[in-house]
Design a binder for this molecule. Structure first.
Ligand code: PLP
Length: 366
């Protein structure tokens, strides 16, 4: 019997076949951009990679081609690695910047702090996250300065890196000037700058800038570029713009269980989305759907957007009765991030379904 899913979307207990089929034929939901399937470009590349055999552990043509596609897209000779998910990518990237006695400055709402089960600390053997509470979940140079210089004695973990999420967990996008200001502060303080780009493509689409302009050209040292939320089955890329920082990173990945033996299936989807431009189209579509929902309900009284809609997320503050009404109408959404109802739009978001959500919100709020 299907009892639905818990808040984090884990399937609840056993599902017999019939009810599983019912669930699969249910209408599209916007609870998470991870509800989406695999986009056609990624799927086609995987199918093509499935012809014949290939060298294992990343020394295959697909992996070389994917790495080159990143270097072409970012217009620089960066070091590229692939991991299975974002928690591993972030944690290993941060661990590579730190010794165990170092610390990493992040926003209080950062995924590394709230949603990675201590993995950054675990993989770094204890590097501590130093948390800044800032408006809208964005780090500022002042917040970094305060945390990095508040203590300098032997008893405190030495600040070594800053991590920012682009776009933030609540869908705000750092401007290029904001990133440049942060990286200037980092350079002054001897800190490295890491970017959690689980939705990096959405930020590129939102700002209309190139990946290079949003990263190494404004001083980002390491980027985790999310493939999963962009339309792949699985996979994140870790890009080191300062190649010296990538020393031994392959060993770190392997030790952490992140070296795929059949690597071509992790790298081929990147070839599919990068070479076709789908990475950016997918993201632009998600962003457009978020704007569409926000615009469609802008005049509904009692419903307030909690954050500016800048990427593919819409967070709504609404009376509990309205949220309950939406649930009873079959809508799924999370309320554990930022409070309020979160709706996320992926590459496959159906415009008619977005409009239906807007209509339901309007009807239930009335
Ligand atoms: C989804 C997400 C990740 C990666 O999460 P995994 O479940 O580990 O793949 C990382 N950072 C942010 C901001 C995310 O939204």
């Amino acid at each position: 019997m299907v009892t639905g899913q818990d808040q984090r979307g884990r399937p609840a207990v056993s599902q017999d076949r019939q009810s599983l089929e019912q669930q699969q034929s249910q209408p599209q939901q916007f609870a998470s951009d991870n509800y989406a399937g695999i986009c056609p470009e990624a799927w086609a590349a995987m199918a093509e990679a499935n012809e014949g055999s290939a060298v294992a552990y990343g020394d295959d043509d697909w992996t070389h081609r994917a790495s080159d596609a990143f270097r072409a897209l970012f217009q620089t000779n960066c070091e590229v690695f692939f991991a299975f998910n974002g928690t591993a990518a972030n944690s290993l990237a941060l661990a590579s910047l730190c010794q165990s006695y170092h610390s990493v400055i992040c926003a209080a709402s950062a995924h590394v702090e709230t949603d990675e089960c201590g993995a950054p600390e675990f993989f770094s053997n204890g590097s501590k996250l130093l948390v800044a509470t800032t408006d809208g979940g964005k780090l500022t140079p002042d917040a970094v300065l305060a945390l990095a210089t508040g203590r300098s004695d032997i008893h405190y973990p030495k600040p070594r890196a800053v991590t920012i999420t682009q776009p933030t967990e609540t869908g705000q996008v750092y401007t290029l000037d904001e990133i440049a200001a942060l990286s200037a502060t980092c350079r002054d303080l001897g800190l490295r700058l890491h970017m959690d780009g689980a939705r990096f493509a959405n930020a590129c689409a939102a700002l209309g800038c190139s990946p290079a302009e949003m990263t190494w050209k404004v001083g980002v040292d390491v980027l985790c570029f999310g493939g999963t939320k962009n339309g792949m089955a699985v996979g994140e890329a870790i890009l080191f713009f300062d190649r010296a920082l990538a020393l031994d990173f392959d060993y770190r990945c392997k030790q952490a269980g992140q070296l795929a033996s059949k690597m071509r299936f992790l790298s081929a989807p990147w070839v599919g989305v990068l070479e076709s431009g789908a990475w950016l189209r997918n993201a632009a579509h998600g962003n457009a759907c978020a704007r569409r929902l926000a615009a469609a309900i802008a005049d509904v009284s009692g419903i307030e957007p909690m954050f500016p809609v800048e990427a593919n997320a819409v967070f709504l503050r609404a009376p509990e009765a309205v949220l309950q009404g939406l649930r009873e109408n079959g809508w799924r959404f999370y309320t554990f991030i930022g409070g309020g109802a979160r709706f996320m739009f992926a590459w496959d978001a159906d415009l008619a379904r977005v409009d239906q959500l807007a209509a339901d919100i309007r009807a239930i709020a009335a």
